[in-house]
Design a binder for this molecule. Structure first.
Ligand code: HEM
Length: 138
């Protein structure tokens, strides 16, 4: 059987994992803001790492199946860079930012960032980021 036969199933798994991952991140971020302890418990942290690893793995499989080149597919490049930003500011929001205020700021920025990642994923066929950027600069 050709791996591409599983494309739709892997894409659905990717989207499902994205939903669970973002929901857990938002719940943990709110928990951290309320000074709860559960968001940083080992079981919760490892569940989150497992979901995120599977999500990135499924994304990587889709990437491989479509033979995409991020140097040509600017939406994928933008998505990958924003995922990196999301990981860094997400870790600031949950743990590394020094104060409750900066954690809150990082939390809001992470939610905006992941919303952009989803927007890019959903609109890349119809929405030309490069054209928008050129118009913005003109
Ligand atoms: C938080 C991170 C991520 C979010 C929110 C996200 C979101 C999504 C969504 C909503 C779709 C479905 C788009 C559609 O219905 O057409 C999608 C597809 C896809 N994602 Fe992700 N994704 C994330 C991470 C990643 C990563 C890390 C990779 C690569 C390693 C990746 C690669 C892909 C690919 C190749 C597709 C298929 C696009 C297509 O069918 O045209 N994603 N993603």
């Amino acid at each position: 059987m050709n791996p591409i036969d599983h494309y739709q199933a892997i894409k659905q798994a990717h989207i499902g994992l994205v939903s669970v991952s973002v929901a857990l991140f938002v719940a943990r971020g709110i928990g951290v803001q309320m000074r709860a302890r559960w968001p940083m418990r080992a079981a919760v942290r490892w569940t989150s790492v497992a979901i995120d690893t599977a999500l990135i793995g499924a994304g990587g499989l889709l990437w491989w199946m479509l033979s995409l080149d991020p140097r040509r597919e600017r939406w994928l490049l933008a998505k990958l860079l924003l995922v990196l930003v999301y990981i860094v500011i997400g870790s600031l929001a949950l743990k590394r930012a020094p104060t409750q205020g900066t954690k809150a700021l990082a939390f809001v920025a992470s939610v905006v960032c992941v919303a952009f990642v989803a927007l890019i994923a959903l609109t890349h066929g119809t929405f030309d980021l490069g054209a928008l950027w050129q118009r913005f600069r003109a």
